[in-house]
Ligand binder design. Structure first.
Ligand code: 13P
Ligand code: SF4
Length: 356
């Protein structure tokens, strides 16, 4: 069910007063306003709901022009955001890369807080807006800057690679950042550059263990952080999916437990999974990850049958069209990072981006 959040629009400026659903909304999809966009979300939005969504979409487009703003949308965003107002979509790595090149004064992050912080780190002079500051991440919550300082005392001289799903304070204590899309490459590059065979890889235990399988020559020391969405998948889920959906190709995100990844046919970042579907065109596929991802990938692949177990990320779900609209109306909530922290954190992210 869509969160139309009408009440939350109260108290905005007169220009953007709350809208009411038109009494006679057309029911034929081709007669709907912005019908070309409706086509992309028609499996998730009813014709009756669409006119309300259109009002937010049109207001956001108007505001984007006024503010010279762009919306970055993560692959887990709800279809009615991903397919309408997001100007640039992708995985964490793509969003970090795009944040560097973006030609706008304002960046709205349709994603979670660490993604907005990364965009701000790479664009200190731009305004970065977070539609809901509470959109966090269980991995980012699992480790603090103090934890890293203590680990450095315990493992002197061992380089620290932290997952992008961390706070700026944690990145500031790290040597390199990585994402699920480049973790293996980063770990190999760090081992070579530093001439070491031990690396602290934090805070996602499962990502570290999955990467470890690819780099047996390097010892990865892990932390106990987990993604609350991906840790719920089990090898039994995969067996059941294969039994109930014969021939299904199983793609898993590397934040899943290693036993789940081992039972899958392919593991990769959200972009890696989307590329797999595009390139391999499996007849039937299941994405073992946050479930809006399948909704978004399926739009471009009508011939592929998507099996859809559903684990939603509650943090990603906090971002809605009404709160994106409100962010642009009020220019809130602006992401700020202490400059002393930002300078060190930026270094870790830039070192990652320099690895090709
Ligand atoms: P990606 O970097 O693969 O987009 O993943 C981000 C994330 O939060 C996965 O849970
Ligand atoms: Fe964090 Fe997991 Fe949500 Fe990704 S899916 S943002 S790792 S809680």
């Amino acid at each position: 069910m869509l969160d139309l959040d009408v009440a939350a629009r109260m108290g905005t400026t007169e220009d953007f007063a709350p809208d009411l659903a038109p009494a006679n909304a057309p029911s034929s999809p081709s007669a709907l306003p912005l019908a070309h966009l409706y086509e992309r979300v028609s499996k998730h939005v009813t014709p009756a709901e669409w006119p309300l969504i259109v009002r937010d979409v049109e207001a956001i487009e108007r505001l984007k022009k006024q503010r010279n703003a762009v919306v970055l949308g993560h692959n887990y965003q709800a279809p009615e955001i991903f397919n309408t107002v997001a100007d640039i979509v992708g995985d964490s790595l793509a969003l970090a890369r795009e944040a560097v090149t973006v030609d706008a004064d304002v960046i709205v992050m349709a994603g979670v807080h660490f993604m907005a912080e990364t965009a701000k780190l790479l664009n200190p002079s731009k305004i970065v807006l977070m539609p809901d500051m509470e959109a966090g991440c269980s991995l980012a919550e699992s480790i603090t800057a103090e934890d890293i300082r203590l680990l450095r005392q315990r493992y002197p001289g061992v380089p620290v690679v932290t997952y992008v799903n961390t706070s700026a304070e944690v990145k500031a204590e790290s040597d390199y950042c990585c994402t699920s899309g480049n973790a293996v490459k980063v770990v190999r590059a760090v081992a070579k550059e530093w001439g070491v065979n031990r690396i602290l890889m934090l805070p996602d235990e499962y990502l570290a263990r999955n990467v470890q399988k690819e780099v047996p020559e390097i010892e990865l020391i892990a932390w106990k952080g987990h993604c609350e969405v991906h840790e719920r998948f089990t090898p039994q889920d995969i067996r059941d999916l294969r039994e109930n959906h014969p021939g299904v190709v199983v793609l898993a995100h590397p934040e899943c437990p290693p036993e789940v990844v081992a039972a899958a046919d392919y593991a990769g970042s959200t972009a890696g999974m989307a590329d797999y579907v595009r390139d391999e065109k499996p007849a039937r596929v299941v994405l073992i990850t946050e479930c809006s991802m399948a909704d978004n990938v399926a739009v471009n692949h009508p011939d592929v049958e998507f099996v859809r177990p559903c684990n939603l990320c509650p943090h990603m779900r906090r971002i809605t069209l009404p709160n994106i609209r409100r962010a642009l109306e009020t220019m809130g909530h602006q992401v700020e990072i202490d400059p002393a922290v930002a300078d060190r954190a930026r270094l870790a992210v830039e070192r990652m981006l320099a690895i090709r």
